[in-house]
Design a protein around this ligand. Structure first.
Ligand SMILES: Cc1cc2nc3c(=O)[nH]c(=O)nc-3n(C[C@H](O)[C@H](O)[C@H](O)COP(=O)(O)OP(=O)(O)OC[C@H]3O[C@@H](n4cnc5c(N)ncnc54)[C@H](O)[C@@H]3O)c2cc1C
Length: 455
């Protein structure tokens, strides 16, 4: 065997799995389709390259640190959202592992960052009084800059004991009598394998499950918009909680609309998933990089089962429509949306809220299905009751934001597939969809393997 363990993917799932093997004396390798951290550069510079040029391997989504590398670094410690890891390993273990991941982040450069909590907050009551439900969580906000530093420090330690293969996508995983063959630039063999390929690896994961005859379950897709408004409007919430996950049940259709990924004083960014441009957001910990705006997503979940199963394809089609109309992401003032007119460049230029992303002014009602859009508008009015000004004409809506979820890979309670020694972790497993859950799942899979290796 070339290695005891091969990990596919160097996102948080893969990194935290690799970290568990430090000092164990085991031979471990990590294969990553993208670049090492210092070489991850998105070509958009705002001058020569203004928008996404659809690189073969996206530096924002791929490379050491995975999709989380340039993210806001919000590590939510909760079983209420971010994945269903607890359904496999139990609520207590899941929370303990998320706390453990938090400690590692602190030891590697994250010390001094703030941990926010919803415990005992008055906003539970205020939300309930306005038909909104605030979910419970503790959240460590590293910020994009500190998150990057933590990754740099983790890489420095890991590369001493772990072999990293960057720009080396794994094309196939084959089962052998004693382990696995990992097909990349050449064939590598290992006894145990952890697949942690994230959302960007969803199609590859599906193909791999098919070739290894591992069953998968269809998953949901979340579709919506990113809201950007003056930071003052949400300051009472963001100062205390940083990120508030609020759920609203619409009166018209009883659909759930939820806030997601709140970025106080942050920026709105493009996201490229397999060539489709959607919107996202993040914020920085450093004062000098803070903007005057806060952004967050409003999302509605859709889950298809029969006869159409591919929820992600539905989300992709809607995102493609916005890409077709706007060449990428569209932006619209809330005032224009409710008046049934498109936003123009002139209206955006004259708007009181200055956009932090250069998006194409347009009309989101031509892109989003009516039911989803109605739900989002209802929620904006509901949020206006707890954060007055949310429903101002000047509030900007960027579309579309799509959260793709991987098909859930069938595993046992230990995240081991039906093939002994083959584990899945992170967002690629369909079990997690956040930094903390993905990291915790990596730790869990690695510990199981260590137990087996140490017999
Ligand atoms: C802009 C942005 C902001 C975000 N902000 C937050 C946040 O604040 N808080 C939060 O909890 N979550 C956030 N997320 C989500 C979070 O980043 C993910 O949940 C997390 O990164 C998942 O970790 P992972 O290791 O499972 O997968 P990923 O981070 O996606 O890493 C998977 C890695 O596997 C590699 N890979 C894929 N296929 C192959 C292959 N065949 N061979 C080799 N390598 C392969 C990829 O290149 C990638 O580097 C954000 C995501 C984005 C895009």
């Amino acid at each position: 065997m070339d290695y005891d363990v091969i990990i596919i993917g160097a996102g948080p799932g893969g990194i935290f799995a690799a970290n568990e093997f430090l000092g164990s004396g085991k031979k471990v390798a990590v294969f990553e389709a993208g670049n090492e951290l210092s070489k991850r550069k998105c070509p958009i510079d705002g001058e020569k390259v203004k928008s996404c040029i659809k690189c073969k391997v996206c530096s924002i989504m791929s490379g050491f640190g995975g999709a989380g590398a340039f993210s806001d670094g919000k590590y939510n410690i909760t079983n209420d959202f971010g994945g269903s890891l607890y359904e496999h390993i139990g609520k207590t273990t899941a929370l303990q592992l998320m706390e453990y991941v938090d400690r590692i982040n602190l030891e590697n450069g994250g010390e001094g960052t703030k941990l926010y909590s919803t415990e005992g907050t008055q906003f539970h009551k205020i939300c309930l009084q306005n038909k909104l439900h605030l979910l419970d969580a503790k959240v460590r906000h590293l910020g994009t800059d500190i998150n990057y530093r933590v990754l740099e420090n983790l890489y420095k330690k890991l590369k001493e004991q772990v072999d990293f293969f960057f720009n080396t996508p794994v094309t196939e995983v084959k089962k052998t009598e004693n382990g696995y063959e990992i097909i990349a630039d050449k064939v590598y063999t290992c006894k145990y394998c952890i697949i942690s390929v994230g959302r960007i690896g969803s199609k590859w994961m599906q193909k791999t499950c098919k070739s290894l005859n591992i069953p998968t379950l269809s998953n949901r897709v979340d579709i919506g918009v990113r809201v950007e408004l003056s930071a003052e409007i949400f300051e009472h919430l963001t100062n205390e909680l940083y990120e508030s996950k609020i759920v609203y049940k619409t009166e018209k259709f009883e659909d759930s609309v939820r806030t997601f990924c709140m970025n106080p004083h942050g920026i709105v960014v493009n996201e490229n998933t397999n060539g489709i441009i959607t919107v996202n957001g993040h914020s920085f910990e450093g004062q000098d990089k803070k903007t005057k705006n806060t952004n967050f997503a409003l999302l509605v979940s859709k889950h298809f089962s029969e006869p159409f199963k591919n929820s992600n394809e539905y989300g992709e089609s809607i995102a493609r429509l916005s890409n077709m109309l706007g060449g990428g992401v569209l932006v619209q003032r809330f005032g224009d949306l409710i008046r049934g007119r498109r936003s123009t460049q002139k209206r955006i230029d004259e708007n009181l809220v200055i956009p932090t992303l250069n998006a194409t002014p347009g009309d989101l009602s031509l892109v989003l299905p009516k039911r989803i859009l109605d739900g989002i508008i209802e929620m904006i009015y509901a949020l206006d009751n707890v954060a007055k000004g949310t429903a101002n004409d000047e509030t900007l809506l960027y579309g579309v934001e799509v959260k793709f979820y991987n098909m859930e890979v069938e595993t046992d309670e230990n995240l081991e597939t039906r093939h002994k020694g083959l584990y899945v972790a992170g967002d690629g497993s369909g079990v997690t969809h956040s930094l903390s859950h993905a990291s915790a799942s990596g730790v869990y899979a690695a510990r199981r393997i260590l137990q087996q290796l140490n017999g």
